[in-house]
Structures are given as structure tokens and as C-alpha cells.
Design a binder for this molecule. Structure first.
Ligand code: PMP
Length: 407
């Protein structure tokens, strides 16, 4: 069991005051802070190993290549992929999903095919499918969200998940509701009708154990910056047999086996999907972030984050004039979304900032869901391994002050 108090010391950005108050950083669903080991790893890479990867025959290039491919193997282990070749490095979750929506969808969808999504998808797992539908003539369907309790209405699956569905994309943890979806069940249901499954793991990859083989997904996407890694690096996991049959989505150096003036042949995955100079330095630092999280234990991290979210949910429920979103019990990840009656979410965030508390307010890239729930936005507190119960109390005290100010 990690000592959460000393874990906090690993994060230099937390040692500061904001508006004269100790920083209470509760915006982890947007991006997490970075431990010193990850910051040091990035500096170390640039100070010692920096050179372009794969094509070089000199010492630094070989070292950089080992660092980059070592990170790929580390990430494969982190999510229990069958082989490093199933890991494609991207810029983040958004790019990973766009890769599937361009490459797989364009090659496999035809007019009348169905892409099944859920009403709780982040715009990153919605707009790429709208674009793919426009290009291929496929149509979109949505699994409804039940209401403020934020669950997927799985009673509708028999009706929605028909043989016409060729792809089912859904989030593991909702960034707005906090709901943890039953992903293994959803992947199995997709497979039963011959559809491929795409899991958006942006909110889960750094917060809980991920085992793609146990989950049974075909694709899984996540971002390094939301899991103690640096910005600009993300991952697409894809089953080998699918990646190997998919066409490239971008062309350039590194992804070709042979180029002629009028045609080219591609390398297998993952190089096929990594045109141009890849982001090897940030990939290396992501591998170090994986080590850091596994050193603490991802089950422990999940218990810690969900415990704080549950505490916050209970304490916020006791406030007057508040509307809380998402499931109240063990189906929730480490975040709480709420709306104060008569106070705009942006005002909540601005006033909380005066108390040194970093929240996020708005539609959280979930505009259709907000509209369905009749909200213009919510404020969101999202927790990570360095947050404390005292910070939950600071949040509650700040909200009480805000309510008093507006009363
Ligand atoms: N999906 C979910 C559920 C998210 O929370 C986010 C980030 N807010 C994304 C996708 C997009 O991630 P990124 O901006 O790192 O590509």
C-alpha cells in the first residue's frame, strides 16, 4: 500500500500557491501533473540519447531506437497486449480514434452499415465517426444514457446492436459522469454480432488496471498526459490481425517498405501507422510513467481515486441547491460533476480558483449529453493519486463560500 502522503512529494508542480492558497489540483481528467521521475527521464533523454530513431547506424540513434522500442514493449505490458507490434504511438486519444476512423472505417464500411456509439462519448469519440459516416455512407446509432445517474441503458442493446452494426465505440470511464462502463461485456456483445469494438480509455488508462485481452477489445485508445506522462504522446492498441489488414492513413518516411515514383508498399504495423519522425522522446517518458504507476499499484490508485470521488459525492450531496451527475455507488471512477443552482459553471470555477482550487467547468466536450440533460455545463472535480481528503474538504468549503456569495 503506497504512502499517499509521500507520493504527493513526487510532484513538483503541487508545491506552489495559487492566489495565496496552497494549490488544490482537481483538474486531473483534463491532464494530470507529472512526477519528478518522468520530468527527469525526459531531460535525461535529451541530455544523453537524443537522435532520430530507426534509420541511424550511430550510437545515439541506436540508443534512442532502443529507448523508443523499449517504451513500446513497456506499454504493451502495461495493458497486457499480446505483442509490442500491437502498440501504435500517436499524439493522443483523439489521434488514435481518428486513425481507426480513417483507416479501418474507410476500408470496411459501406452505405447502410451502422456505427454504434453511446450518448456519453467525448467529442473525440463522436466527431471522427460522424466524419467516417459522411465519407462511407454508414449511419450512427446511440446507446442512451439513463439520466442524471449516468448509466448506459443496456436494456436497449438488443434493439441497437444488430447485425448491421460493424463497429461499436464506447468510453471506459465517462469524463463528464464518472461512470465506469462494463467494457468486457460491451466488447463481447459487439463480437457476438461481428462488430469490432473501440474502447476510449482516456480516463481509465492511468487510474485502474487495463488488460486488453481480458477486456476482449479490438482497439483501445489513450493519452500519456492523463496518466502522469508528458503531453504529445498517445497510444492506439489494435489486435495484430486487424492492424495488419488496415491501409495506412498518413504517408511519409518510416512507414514504407519500398517507394517508386507511382506506387509504394508499406511496412507492417506498427511502422505502417507512424509516418514521419515519431515522438520518441515523449514515448520514452511514457514508459517511465508506466513504471511509476505500476510501482504504486493500479488497483491501489483506483481505490484511492474512487474513494476520494465517493467522499466528494457524499459531502457535495449534503449541500443545498446542487445537482450531481453520475452513479452514486461503486460504478464511479475518480471524478464528480455537479451544477450549483443559479450559478454558472464558469463562475464556480473562477471563484474556486481564488481559493487555489483548480476545477474544470463547461460542457466537457460532451455537448449532446449536456443538451439531453438540460444543462449548459457542469463544474467537475477530478482526483488523482496525489489528492487528499483534506482537499475534498477545501472544495466543499469553497463551494459553500460561492453559494453564500450568490445568495
Ligand atoms: N476521451 C475522453 C473520455 C477524454 O476525457 C478525453 C480528454 N478530455 C479525450 C477522449 C481526448 O483526449 P486527448 O485530448 O488527449 O486526445
Amino acid at each position: 500500500m503506497p504512502s499517499w502522503k509521500t507520493v504527493r512529494d513526487d510532484f513538483p508542480a503541487l508545491r506552489q500557491q495559487v492566489n495565496g492558497q496552497p494549490l488544490v489540483y482537481l483538474d486531473n481528467a483534463a491532464t494530470t501533473q507529472k512526477p519528478q521521475v518522468v520530468i527527469d527521464a525526459l531531460s535525461h533523454f535529451y541530455e544523453h540519447d537524443n537522435a532520430n530513431v530507426h534509420r541511424g547506424l550511430h550510437a545515439l540513434s541506436m540508443r534512442a531506437t532502443d529507448d523508443y522500442e523499449g517504451a513500446r514493449a513497456r506499454v504493451a505490458k502495461f495493458i497486457n497486449a499480446a505483442a509490442p507490434e500491437e502498440i501504435v504511438f500517436t499524439r493522443g486519444t483523439t489521434e488514435s480514434i481518428n486513425l481507426v476512423a480513417s483507416s479501418w472505417a474507410d476500408a470496411n464500411l459501406k452505405p447502410g452499415d451502422v456505427i454504434l456509439l453511446t450518448e456519453m462519448e467525448h467529442h473525440s469519440n463522436l466527431v471522427p465517426w460522424q466524419l467516417a459516416a459522411r465519407r462511407t455512407g454508414a449511419v450512427l446509432r446511440y446507446v442512451p444514457v439513463t439520466g442524471d445517474d449516468g448509466r448506459l441503458d443496456l436494456t436497449q442493446l438488443d434493439r441497437l446492436l444488430t447485425r448491421e452494426v460493424k463497429l461499436f465505440a464506447f468510453t471506459h470511464i465517462s469524463n463528464t459522469l464518472g461512470t465506469i462502463n462494463p467494457v468486457a461485456e460491451l466488447c463481447a456483445r459487439a463480437r457476438a454480432v461481428g462488430a469490432v469494438s473501440v474502447v476510449d480509455a482516456a480516463q481509465s488508462s492511468g487510474h485502474m488496471p487495463i488488460d486488453v485481452r481480458a477486456m476482449g477489445c479490438d482497439f483501445l485508445a489513450f493519452s500519456g498526459h492523463k496518466m502522469a506522462g508528458v503531453t504529445g504522446i498517445g497510444v492506439l492498441y489494435g489486435r495484430r490481425h486487424l492492424l495488419d489488414t488496415m491501409p495506412p492513413w498518413q504517408g511519409g518516411g518510416g512507414m514504407i517498405a519500398h517507394v517508386d515514383f507511382f506506387e509504394s508498399r508499406w511496412k507492417p504495423s506498427p511502422e505502417r501507422f507512424e509516418a514521419g519522425t515519431p515522438n520518441f522522446a515523449d514515448a520514452y517518458a511514457l514508459g517511465v510513467a508506466c513504471d511509476y504507476l505500476d510501482g504504486l499499484g493500479r488497483e491501489e490508485i483506483q481505490r484511492h481515486d474512487a474513494g476520494l470521488a465517493q467522499l466528494a459525492y457524499e459531502k457535495l450531496s449534503a449541500l443545498p441547491k446542487i445537482r450531481l451527475l453520475g452513479p452514486p455507488d461503486g460504478e464511479r471512477g475518480g471524478l464528480v460533476s455537479f451544477a450549483l443552482h443559479d450559478v454558472h459553471a464558469h463562475d464556480v470555477v473562477t471563484l474556486a480558483d481564488q481559493d487555489g482550487i483548480a476545477l474544470r467547468g463547461g460542457h466537457h466536450c460532451n455537448q449532446p449529453l449536456m443538451k439531453k440533460l438540460g444543462l449548459t455545463g457542469t463544474a467537475r472535480a477530478s482526483f488523482y493519486l496525489y489528492n487528499t481528503a483534506a482537499e475534498v474538504d477545501a472544495l466543499v468549503a469553497s463551494l459553500q463560500r460561492i453559494q453564500k456569495f450568490f445568495s
